[in-house]
Design a protein around this ligand. Structure first.
Ligand SMILES: Nc1ncnc2c1ncn2[C@@H]1O[C@H](COP(=O)(O)OP(=O)(O)OP(=O)(O)O)[C@@H](O)[C@H]1O
Length: 282
């Protein structure tokens, strides 16, 4: 079994980097998240799992200030994101890296310019020799050869594009990196390449990571902590929306049947529950 090397290396690693306090997120009439209070320690890799539509991506976006809490607070390194004006939030986001589901590369730029983009945007005084050095070393880190730099995104496979997305996310040495479905759409081998790169990144940098995923293999392999969310609409008032929060090795032993069914990929009572919801909402 692969064990992520996420042991604390100094005192600061034991302190939370992210604090979520009494978080509620609603859109129009729909409450997606409610009553979420959690901390994420420095250096931790947290996989957020749960069925489609339960609010994983919303949770992740809220952590990095892309969605504002309807109620409650998100603090990064003690800074309440809601209290920042847009320019301060933009400044803080330089400490975050984003790996998007579809790589989100700029189609009109070659790979070199895509990876160089955050450096040129955020550190405009960096000389081009250093830019070149950093871009090439990050491309190497994700296993891409030099000749890829001159290519355009459309010329690369999905797996290569994801690796470029990871190189771009790492180029500013983020403290928090969020991965949105990093292995979706990839074959099992390329998925495992991405998993290995997530682990490799964690070994190289003291980064804190949040990985939103449907892929239980990814969750088990890369995370030292798994949080399972459940759709708010399926719960009664007062029920916790987080059905599981612990090490991946404990998922199978959860006392909650819904957790065990989810990780085994069993529908269980869900078909009946779903039909109840569609009847009542019709
Ligand atoms: N900007 C938005 N405006 C309105 N509703 C939204 C917005 N973003 C998300 N939602 C709704 O919030 C709910 C949760 O969405 P979210 O994308 O977080 O789910 P998810 O768990 O990541 O699902 P999936 O695994 O399918 O990606 C969905 O019902 C979605 O339609």
């Amino acid at each position: 079994m692969n064990v992520p090397e996420n042991k604390p290396v100094d005192e600061s690693f034991a302190k939370p980097l992210v604090d979520v306090v009494d978080l509620d997120i609603s859109f129009e009439n729909q409450t997606v998240l409610s009553g979420i209070t959690r901390s994420i320690n420095r250096g931790q890799t947290v996989a957020v799992i749960g069925e489609s539509g339960c609010g994983k991506t919303v949770f992740m976006k809220t952590l990095v200030g892309l969605i504002k809490p309807t109620e409650g607070h998100v603090r990064f390194d003690g800074i309440d994101l809601s209290e920042l004006v847009p320019s301060e939030l933009a400044q803080l986001r330089r400490r975050f890296g984003f790996v998007f589901q579809h790589a989100a590369l700029f189609d009109s730029m070659n790979i070199f310019d895509n990876v160089a983009f955050p450096i040129r945007q955020n550190e405009p005084d960096t000389d081009e020799v250093e830019v070149e050095d950093r871009v090439r070393s990050h491309l190497h880190e994700v296993g891409l050869p030099d000749d890829v730099a001159r290519k355009f995104p459309a010329e690369l496979s999905g797996g290569m594009q994801k690796r470029v997305g990871l190189a771009r996310a790492l180029v500013l040495k983020p403290e928090l990196i969020v991965y949105d479905e990093p292995t979706t759409g990839l074959d099992p081998i390329m998925s495992d390449v991405i998993n290995e790169l997530i682990l490799h990144t964690r070994r190289l940098y003291p980064v804190t990571s949040v990985v939103v995923t449907h892929d239980m293999h990814t969750a088990r392999k890369v995370a030292d902590r798994v949080m399972m969310l459940y759709p708010r609409r399926m719960l009664s008032a007062g029920d916790s929306q987080i059905l599981f929060d612990g090490p991946p090795s404990q998922l199978e032993h959860s006392e909650d049947r819904r957790v065990r069914q989810f990780v085994r990929g069993e529908a269980g009572d869900r078909i009946r529950e779903m039909s109840k919801i569609s009847t009542t909402s019709a």
